[in-house]
Design a binder for this molecule. Structure first.
Ligand SMILES: Cc1cc2nc3c(=O)[nH]c(=O)nc-3n(C[C@H](O)[C@H](O)[C@H](O)COP(=O)(O)O)c2cc1C
Length: 286
């Protein structure tokens, strides 16, 4: 019996994210047990950029990160769903991505976990970066993103009222433990990302793996010729491990440069007034 974890990045109970995850589970033919985790219910502090997780083997912040990571690591597969809020995925998703350096400590258990992603948008074409945001969490988790799609539905429950969306749920279910779905086209040949920035002169940058290349017009539509750069952490495990080593090198560089950096910073330490949070917020433990 497979253990499947549904991650719901929406506050809404029985909203489209929750219902679509349950629909994928219903259509999943592999015997499994679905467990759900509502991301905004968890106490997840902002990453404070200390990099101590690199030397300490995990994050130093006292919150629920490990509960979430442990649930992901224990599952055989993940179904992730996030709603679009103002042209991007709900902020709780980014909150988890930002803690990603500490995921390396669990890389052995996270690597290659089958996952599918669902971005929900209320208005067709208004999903903005939601698919990219979902894919970014999956690559940061070092999961095997087998299919990620945008599904449209505004009112809670509306997503499953459309036949096309129920069909997509079936495809997501098939992809989770079966053959990965065909990639959206055009897509980055290295990482499968489908969001690009145009750099001029026919050159593009993939917004998921950051590699660049040429956009070419082929007989069956545009294709992308993208080559891997040296600065990489998305496309494969070797690249991810190299990136981790590079980060550790940064830590060593910081230690070496601590004194000159202190001098630079001291010149900016003045009495400029700060607006402070309310006492309640300041006193909150997170
Ligand atoms: C604050 C807020 C902002 C939203 N922004 C967008 C948006 O930019 N584009 C869009 O297509 N839908 C937007 N929506 C609609 C939601 O993505 C949609 O209702 C979705 O079904 C919510 O999923 P849920 O029911 O799982 O929470 C927004 C909804 C809210 C509440």
């Amino acid at each position: 019996m497979k253990q499947v974890l549904g991650i719901i990045a929406s506050q809404r109970q029985l909203g489209n994210c929750e219902i679509m995850v349950k629909e994928v589970s219903r259509q999943l033919e592999v015997p499994h047990r679905l467990q759900l985790l509502r991301l905004p219910d968890f106490r997840l502090r902002y990453c404070n950029g200390c990099y101590r997780c690199l030397s300490r083997g995990g994050c130093v912040l006292n919150d629920d990160l490990n509960v979430i990571l442990e649930a992901i690591a224990a599952a055989d597969a993940v179904i992730l769903a996030a709603p679009t809020y103002f042209l991007g995925a709900h902020a709780c998703l980014k909150g988890l991505v930002d803690r990603g350096i500490s995921f390396y400590a669990m890389a052995e258990r996270l690597w290659g976990k089958p996952a599918v992603g669902i971005g929900i948008a209320g208005i067709e074409g208004k999903e903005g970066s939601t698919l990219l945001d979902i894919e970014r969490l999956l690559v940061t988790l070092q999961a095997d993103n087998r299919m990620s799609r945008i599904i449209y539905g505004a009112l809670p429950g509306e997503a499953v009222m459309h036949e096309e969306n129920r069909r997509l749920a079936g495809e997501l279910a098939d992809a989770l433990f079966g053959e990965p779905a065909a990639r959206l086209q055009p897509c980055c040949p290295l990482c499968g990302g489908a969001t690009f920035r145009f750099l001029g002169d026919g050159r593009v940058r993939c917004m998921l793996c950051s590699n660049t290349g040429e956009l070419e017009e082929g007989p069956s539509g545009p294709t992308l010729q993208i080559t891997q750069s040296h600065h990489e952490f998305v496309t494969d495990r070797v690249a991810a491990l190299e990136h981790q080593e590079w980060l550790k090198g940064m830590l060593a560089r910081y230690r070496e440069q601590r004194e000159p950096l202190k001098e630079v910073k001291a010149a900016y330490q003045d009495e400029t007034p700060w607006i402070r949070p309310s006492a309640d917020q300041a006193e909150a433990s997170w």
